[in-house]
Write a new protein. Structure first.
Length: 360
């Protein structure tokens, strides 16, 4: 029998529980088909944890995550908690868990499925061949710098501070070079070095490390230009490495190349194989509880977990092939459906993917 792998499962808020339920079906079927053994433990996190436990990240949730081999996360947040003080916001819990688990590297692959080219708002010929990976720094920058409110010359002011040190930049840039080396060997380093000091430091570090990776071609690109080029020539990008906030924004933009943010999976990693796997999208309060959410991003996050944490390449490939097969057969949730009247529900999509894995 295969070694037991422990997975902490955090459903969260909004559509989080709906998409995680489909991902758990996928975990179950891979146990049956491939003989892997998973022990899942559910934990409270985000808005629901604020309601039930008075904090977005209860200590025992962190303990459950720490004692697991990997974490599967849905999404957190929602209007109910939007006016809470900072410590009582679901998003503060999300930043807290990333920091506490040392997950500084957020990998967000954006691959355009051929059959979904008409689901995007971009022209199919522009999307042709798009297969890129955003490597987003996840535990530094303006998200984690000092924040304050104060009285200034013109009344109340707010301050967010962006700080990066060389170590933080080096470790993420090294990972990006290594990932690029295993792909098409092109690295776009995205910054705002014409304005920001942190970006100038970022660029210096990239230039310092580049000679160690002579087979990888490096392009420095300013973030505003990158946002534009992503829509103009998406297929020319291979790996994009960037700081925390630029990566957040550019990855949502990249999602639209694939047709929907409901398609984009992510892996948050540290130095080793331990990781937290979650869709790039949020809790989508506008569609929560209606069976409209696309579960593919979360299901593909399970594939990333299998590949990156457990080394279960066979099961990862089976999940990806099953997703492609179901999409090729024309099944669509409403976010990727051209004809919305034929759209299927969250659970129907999950069941079709499970059936395709079982059949393979
Ligand atoms: N990692 C996370 O937990 C995470 C990520 C992003 C946003 N959030 C939080 O989620 C809440 C909502 O944020 P938002 O509306 O800006 O972003 P969002 O990603 O939740 O939704 C943006 C749009 O995309 C749609 N969408 C998202 N996921 C989808 C899916 N799987 N299938 C179909 N459509 C989908 C939504 O319906 C919405 O129209 C906020 O509280 C925000 O802080 C959490
Ligand atoms: C909810 C928010 C804090 C989070 C982020 O900005 O990192 C989200 O947008 C993401 O992309 O995971
Ligand atoms: Mg985001």
């Amino acid at each position: 029998m295969s070694e037991v792998k422990k997975i902490a499962v955090i459903a969260g808020d909004g559509i989080g529980p709906e998409v995680v339920a489909e991902a758990e079906k996928v975990l179950k079927v891979t146990e049956e088909i491939f003989g892997y053994v998973f022990e899942t433990e559910h934990a409270l996190f985000g808005g629901i944890a604020i309601d039930e436990r008075g904090t977005p990240l209860p200590k025992d949730t962190l303990e459950i995550c720490r004692s697991a081999d990997a974490v599967l996360l849905g999404a957190v947040g929602g209007p109910k908690w939007d006016n809470n003080p900072k410590e009582l916001r679901p998003e503060t819990g999300l930043l807290g868990i990333r920091k506490a688990l040392g997950l500084f590297s957020n990998l967000r692959p954006a691959v355009v499925f051929d059959c979904l080219k008409d689901a995007s708002t971009l022209k199919p010929e522009v999307l042709e061949g798009t297969d890129l990976m955003v490597v987003r720094e996840l535990t530094g920058g303006i998200y984690f710098g000092e924040k304050l409110r104060r009285q200034g010359e013109f009344g109340e002011e707010a301050v967010d501070t962006c700080v990066y040190n060389v170590m933080e930049v080096e470790r993420i840039v090294r990972q990006a070079f290594e990932i690029a080396g295993k792909r098409r060997k092109k690295l776009a380093s995205v910054d705002k070095a014409n304005v920001l000091e942190t970006s100038r430091l970022w660029r210096e570090v990239v230039n310092k490390l580049a000679p160690e990776y002579p087979d990888v071609e490096v392009e420095h690109i300013l973030v505003d230009n990158c946002a534009m080029q992503l829509l103009r020539r998406p297929s020319s990008f291979d790996v994009i490495v960037t700081e925390n906030m630029f990566g957040d924004i550019l990855s949502d933009e990249a999602a639209m190349l694939t047709g929907s943010i409901g398609m984009l999976a992510s892996a948050s990693m540290g130095e080793g194989s331990y990781g937290l796997f979650e869709p790039v999208h949020g809790s989508a309060p506008d569609i929560a509880g209606q069976g409209l959410a696309n579960p593919i991003a979360t299901i593909l996050s399970v594939a990333l977990m299998f590949r990156m944490t457990f080394g279960y390449e066979d099961a990862a490939a089976a999940i990806e092939a099953a997703v492609a097969e179901v999409l090729d057969a024309g099944h669509r949730t409403s976010d990727i459906a051209v004809d919305k009247s034929k759209a299927i529900s969250t659970t129907e999509m999950g069941d079709l993917i499970v059936a395709a894995i079982r059949k393979a």
